[in-house]
Design a protein around this ligand. Structure first.
Ligand code: ADP
Ligand code: MG
Length: 284
């Protein structure tokens, strides 16, 4: 009995947060460890489905770098990167789209469904969701940046209770597929939907003063300080695209942006339904 009372108590403690976020959109970017071996872990899927059942509208955006390199290796295509961007020729783009929109996207959709959610996978071409243009055809080939988000398809899905799952493949004005950084897509989608929150689930606890020391986590950081850290070379690799995406999202009117670990059990629920706050919160 005591145990049951405790459980009821825990539920009621979430009431202020459920009230605050009821009917609001929260965009979740899944990357790194959130996607164990190319898939998403079950506990994260459960958290997302729970959000939906208490009236929050989650929208999922996923990456998939490792799985793409894996299949390319099997096909004998050598991955090439310039400043963190995958150089994408036509053959590579086919693999990128197959893995992102075909394999990973459908794995995430299936897992959300098996946890009791109603998930639908989309990519840039669906409803012209992500219109993109090439960054530099000469240097990077079919790598794009977002030109415009057409959020109608997401709004229709959200309204009917579905959880949209977005693969970061854009479509150009000439209907070519373009490979886009998933962090950037998450920021643009969150901006277009006027999301209440954008949460990046990644493989580190947040932004670290020293990436090799987890105890140097920065709980709250300003864009100003991020710029300084970038200049000092303290933010590197995949974190560069992520902090730039955070800045973009805030500029586009997203209220709160967080970078948290996908490795901490129930990190999404901790972030949304408690005031203990985890990871790094980015403020303007
Ligand atoms: P994701 O798959 O979630 O997009 P990335 O690998 O692209 O993850 O980016 C996260 C990585 O960024 C971390 O694993 C870490 O190695 C690196 N990183 C570089 N600088 C920092 C920093 N200052 N704080 C935290 N992580 C950093
Ligand atoms: Mg990344």
């Amino acid at each position: 009995m005591e145990k049951a009372i405790k459980r009821a108590q825990v539920l009621i403690e979430a009431l202020p947060y459920i009230r605050e976020f009821f009917g609001k959109t929260i965009v979740i970017k899944l990357g790194g460890q959130a996607m164990e071996k190319g898939g998403i872990t079950r506990s994260i899927a459960e958290d997302i489905v729970l959000m939906r059942y208490v009236g929050i509208k989650p929208v999922v955006v996923h990456g998939g770098g490792e799985a793409i390199s894996g299949l390319m290796q099997k096909l004998g295509i050598k991955p090439k990167f310039i400043e963190g961007n995958r150089v994408t020729d036509k053959a590579t783009m086919e693999v990128v789209e197959m893995v992102l929109a075909g394999k990973i996207n459908k794995e995430i959709v299936a897992l959300l469904n098996s946890c009791g959610g109603k998930a639908v996978g989309v990519e840039g071409k669906d409803g012209k969701l992500i219109v993109a243009k090439k960054i530099s055809e000469e240097k990077l080939g079919l790598v794009g940046e977002v030109e415009k988000i057409n959020p109608e398809i997401l709004e229709i899905l959200e309204k009917e209770g579905f959880i949209p799952v977005i693969a970061p493949v854009g479509t150009s004005k000439e209907d070519e597929s373009l490979n886009i950084n998933a962090d950037a897509v998450a920021a643009e989608v969150a901006g277009a939907l006027k999301a209440e929150k954008l949460i990046f689930l990644t493989d580190v606890e947040g932004i670290l003063e020293d990436p090799s020391r987890p105890e140097t986590l920065i709980p709250t950081i300003t864009i100003e300080k991020i710029k300084r850290m970038l200049q000092e070379g303290k933010i590197q690799k995949g974190m560069i695209a992520k902090v730039k995406a955070c800045q973009k999202a805030l500029e586009k009117g997203v209220k709160k942006v967080h970078i948290i670990s996908g490795k901490i059990p129930r990190s999404l629920l901790l972030e949304i339904f408690t005031d203990s706050g985890i990871g790094t919160q980015i403020i303007p």
